[in-house]
Design a protein around this ligand. Structure first.
Ligand code: ADP
Ligand code: MG
Length: 324
């Protein structure tokens, strides 16, 4: 604990006043392993771990004071926004469409049909996040939650080599977790905060967000539960992204008609899959010819819609050269 400008700063959960080993254990079991995660927890979440309401409130307040996360005024929100950093996709035109790259503190969703390039972009981002700031990176590591056994280290090596990065080092800086089912997927994210902190992770990927849910929640009567679980999962993700100033990326496979997946039935049980304002959605599709792709910004909190053409080659995600 450090005193700074009269403010107490707690480094670990167990440093917080009144938090003993038993409480620490309870919290860690529920995925609250860091002061940052407590600062963004709700009283209800902590009560669910078996902690009293008063103590929960006190802990959250202490944690918040400790890491300056109590943003109540617009000027303070603005300050948080000033910390937003950008991560390059590898394509200048796509970055441009996104206002300079993928933002930290928000979720970016790539959706499209099978083979549209969602996982390839995820691979590329894992490499790019390791680049120096002046090359569009965040000088940080990546967490890849993989639900479809998609991550190919060989592909990372290819992309890293092309960018002049040490391929072995690049692979080492990607923390990989395979999710076996939707509950496991949720749990992985709930327990991710210590890993994120330890490894300087600034990119969190869930590829795919919805695959397990789609195959496990089949009947109409399960839609509400599915929706609720996905919502909670996404809220956890956005909180991690905010707490660690990280980029969060999810992918979503869709059938021929892109908006059909979130069609009426799902709409009816609780609106859009994530009603969060800071959610950016990009629809990917193949253009004619093998490697050209089209990315369309479908929704953004403040950017206009638009489309850009890029390509996926041996080297990774790139701009299409003039006359190509
Ligand atoms: P999805 O949207 O289903 O996740 P992927 O991101 O896996 O799709 O995209 C797969 C496509 O990416 C392949 O069909 C191919 O066009 C392209 N691709 C994958 N690996 C390479 C590579 N090494 N070189 C060139 N293109 C590749
Ligand atoms: Mg994929």
């Amino acid at each position: 604990m450090k005193e700074e400008e009269g403010r107490k700063r707690y480094k670990e959960v167990e440093d917080l006043p009144g938090v003993g080993p038993a409480t620490t254990e309870k919290l860690k079991a529920m995925g609250f392993s860091t002061v940052e995660s407590l600062a963004i927890a709700t009283i209800r979440e902590l009560v669910a771990t078996g902690i009293g309401e008063k103590q929960a409130a006190k802990m959250i307040n202490e944690a918040r004071d400790s890491i300056t996360l109590t943003f109540l005024r617009a000027d303070e929100l603005l300050k948080m926004r000033e910390n937003v950093a950008r991560l390059t996709t590898g394509s200048k035109v796509l970055d441009e469409l996104l206002g300079g790259g993928l933002e930290t503190q928000t979720i970016t969703e790539f959706y499209g049909e099978y083979g549209s390039g969602k996982s390839q972009i995820c691979h590329q981002l894992c490499v790019n996040v390791q680049l120096p700031i002046d090359r569009g990176g965040l000088e940080a590591s990546a967490l890849y939650i993989d639900t479809e056994n998609t991550l190919r280290p060989e592909r990372i090596v290819q992309m890293a080599t092309h960018l002049g990065l040490d391929p072995q080092k690049t692979v080492r800086n990607i923390i990989y977790a395979e999710a076996y089912n939707s509950d496991h997927q949720i749990l992985l994210l709930e327990k991710a905060d210590a890993k994120i902190k330890e490894n300087n992770i600034r990119l969190i990927i869930v590829d795919s967000l919805t695959g397990h849910f789609r195959s496990e929640y089949l009947g109409r009567e399960t839609l509400a539960e599915r929706q609720q679980k996905i919502n909670k999962h996404m809220h956890r993700l956005i909180r991690l992204a905010q707490a660690f100033n990280a980029v969060a990326v999810v992918t979503n496979q869709v059938m021929a008609k892109p908006d059909a997946f979130f069609g009426e039935k799902v709409e009816a049980v609780g609106g859009h899959i994530v009603g969060h304002t800071s959610h950016t959605r990009i629809f990917l599709r193949k253009a004619s010819g093998g490697r050209v792709r089209i990315g369309r910004l479908v929704s953004s909190p403040y950017l206009p819609e638009g489309e850009r053409v890029f390509k996926i080659t041996e080297d990774g995600v790139e701009d299409v050269a003039e006359g190509e």
